[in-house]
Design a protein around this ligand. Structure first.
Ligand SMILES: C[S@@+](CC[C@H](N)C(=O)[O-])C[C@H]1O[C@@H](n2cnc3c(N)ncnc32)[C@H](O)[C@@H]1O
Length: 204
């Protein structure tokens, strides 16, 4: 686990510098997942994003939910440095924490836990993190996931494997089993080179 976290942190030492310039072109579903959360705009909610990276979603969420309090957790100091810049305008509504999720208890029970393009990188512990999220969420809390789903092309799966991403349809069955699906959609990217998923589920 420690070794895996170190591998990811090292990977993002370089990738953090080009992340915001490049990821808009293939991390699909991120705007959608923010819009699909089942809360009113004025809701006083707490949202945790696990693997918040450069804070792209945190900024979207802070704008969409002006009364929400947000926490972003990530193990990469390099990504969080950029997240700090990207969320500065929201002041203390957005808190950033450098830590791998699940190793220390949370001091609150979030209304929403978001995993955006993080679970497919957390191997092999992704299932444990989902179990943990189920325990951490407030009663009636919501899990939201945008991520790669699957690809029928070996070359693409291998290419993404080189970037520490596992793509083989493994997330959706477990998400649907552990949480009550409110939205579970799979959509093609680039005419079917891969599919991505957008999932919103309620704590059972
Ligand atoms: C592909 S990026 C996604 C960033 C952001 N969520 C987005 O949608 O742009 C994956 C992020 O997850 C972080 N990460 C990977 N494993 C993690 C873990 N166990 N705990 C917290 N963050 C983790 C990485 O450091 C990286 O910043």
């Amino acid at each position: 686990m420690k070794e895996q976290n170190q591998t990811i942190a090292t990977y993002y030492q370089f990738q953090s510098g080009i992340y915001d310039l490049t990821r808009w072109s293939f991390l699909f579903g991120r705007k959608r997942i923010v819009r699909e959360l089942p809360f009113q705009r004025e809701a006083l909610i707490t949202i945790l994003e696990v693997g918040c990276g450069t804070g792209y979603n945190l900024a979207q969420l802070a704008r969409h939910y002006p009364n929400a309090r947000l926490q972003g957790m990530d193990l990469s100091a390099d990504m969080l440095q950029i997240a700090k810049r990207n969320t500065r305008r929201f002041g203390n509504r957005v808190e950033l924490i450098q830590a791998p999720y699940g190793q220390s208890p949370l001091s609150y029970r979030p209304d929403v836990i978001l995993f955006s393009y993080a679970l497919t990188m957390i191997n092999p512990q992704w299932k444990d993190l989902l179990d943990r999220a189920g325990e951490d969420l407030a009663d009636g809390g919501i899990i939201a996931v945008a991520d790669f789903h699957d690809s029928r092309h070996d070359w693409f799966r291998n290419h993404m494997g080189n970037h520490h991403v596992r793509i083989d349809g493994h997330l959706l069955p477990i998400l649907s089993d552990r949480f009550k699906p409110l939205l579970a959609e799979v959509k093609p990217a680039y005419f079917g080179v891969w599919d991505y998923l957008v999932f919103v589920g309620a704590r059972g």
